[in-house]
Design a protein around this ligand. Structure first.
Ligand SMILES: Cc1ncc(COP(=O)(O)O)c(C=O)c1O
Length: 345
């Protein structure tokens, strides 16, 4: 791959937004207390509260898997289980980290577009009170989902109402929360406590950061164990100011929104462009920054020879294209044009 070329493989292939790099550089002055007792982390904490509400307590982490594991650990005992979409990152792409570190079962529920509903949850949550069964305790949703769809605020609230009605808690994997908020035309915080979420992972990395994720605890009294869980999970940064600075850059004004809006717009443009090509079918609604498609025979390999991207499902040949914050209309149009050439459209 030509180094530096913008691609559609993953929103993690993108670089760092210049304002985020500048914020890291501006935090690089003199000495500051370690482990989060510094003014930059205090500013990030203030911004988390501004976005997610006064009750929000944020715990900065290094990566999304770590944030998910730490957040879930604060909600679960080992004999309890998490219900989540079969396609969820915690079920598929974390190498079993939740099972290993929590000792809890992750139950993957088949869904159509990556979204749980009260009906599918009701059909899954059996064995409550049976000592032979792992006890359902947490519902984990991803927003946006791994399939590029978004829960509406009502859909999210319905899942939360179902969970809370059974004494369960709601975890949200928000590795792409910014993309979902832009898609739904709401604030980040609207997808937290008002939607019934108890604990969420907020991802900045895919939104233009270098590497910054956070566990945001929204439920009252839910954060007491978090400092210890995070440290034991090896997610406590000693020079935290440099991770915190990335959140400050994204959350202080609307950089988070502008980056997510650009990514979502480029995904929509890509879907529009390829959707009309013969033999190309978009297989999930394009509601955030991902496009999933099937292509005519041979087109995937030919296009992959020039642009890296992933086959999402080997069995069906469905491919995934991700749009990142730094893609341009020219990038998208060149990609669509090349695919059109390859399939002779
Ligand atoms: C839905 C979702 N959650 C979490 C993550 C975070 O993963 P990582 O541990 O690689 O930062 C990702 C990254 O791909 C993701 O897509």
């Amino acid at each position: 791959m030509a180094h530096g070329r913008r691609t559609f493989a993953s929103d993690n292939y993108a670089g760092v937004h210049p304002d985020v790099l500048a914020a890291i550089a501006s935090a690089n002055v003199g000495h500051a207390p370690s482990y989060g007792d510094d003014p930059v982390t205090a500013e990030a904490d203030r911004l988390f509260r501004r976005h997610f509400g006064d009750q929000a307590q944020a715990f900065i982490a290094f990566n999304g898997t770590g944030a998910n594991v730490v957040g879930l650990q604060s909600m679960l005992r080992p004999f309890e289980c998490v219900l989540t979409a079969a396609s969820a990152h915690i079920n598929v792409d974390e190498c079993g980290a939740p099972e290993r570190f929590l000792g809890s079962k992750v139950v993957g529920v088949p869904t159509v577009d990556g979204k749980l509903t009260p009906a599918v949850l009701e059909a899954t949550a059996s064995g409550v009170g049976d000592q032979h069964r792992s006890q359902p305790r947490v519902v984990s949703v991803s927003q946006a989902t791994e399939l590029g769809t978004c829960y509406s605020r009502d859909e999210l609230a319905a899942v939360a109402e179902w969970a809370h009605g059974r004494g369960m808690l709601v975890h949200l994997d928000g590795a792409r929360l910014a993309n979902a908020a832009v898609s739904l035309g709401c604030g980040l915080g609207d997808l937290g406590a008002p939607a019934g979420v108890d604990v969420l992972s907020f991802g900045a990395t895919k939104n233009g950061a270098m590497g910054a994720e956070a566990v945001v605890v929204l439920r009252p009294d839910g954060a007491a164990d978090l400092p210890f869980i995070r440290k034991q999970a090896m997610q406590l940064a000693s020079k935290m100011r440099f991770v915190a600075a990335q959140f400050v850059a994204l959350l202080a004004d609307d950089l988070w929104r502008r980056n997510a809006a650009q990514a979502n717009a480029m995904a929509a443009r890509l879907a529009d462009g390829v959707g009309g090509l013969p033999g190309v079918a978009i297989v999930h609604p394009v509601e955030a920054n991902a496009v999933f498609a099937t292509l005519p025979d041979g087109a995937t390999e030919a296009l992959q020879a020039e642009y890296p991207f992933y086959v999402w499902d080997e069995a069906t040949g469905v491919v995934r294209w991700m749009a990142s914050f730094d893609l341009t209309e020219e990038d998208v149009d060149a990609f669509v044009g090349r695919l059109a050439q390859l399939i002779g459209a």
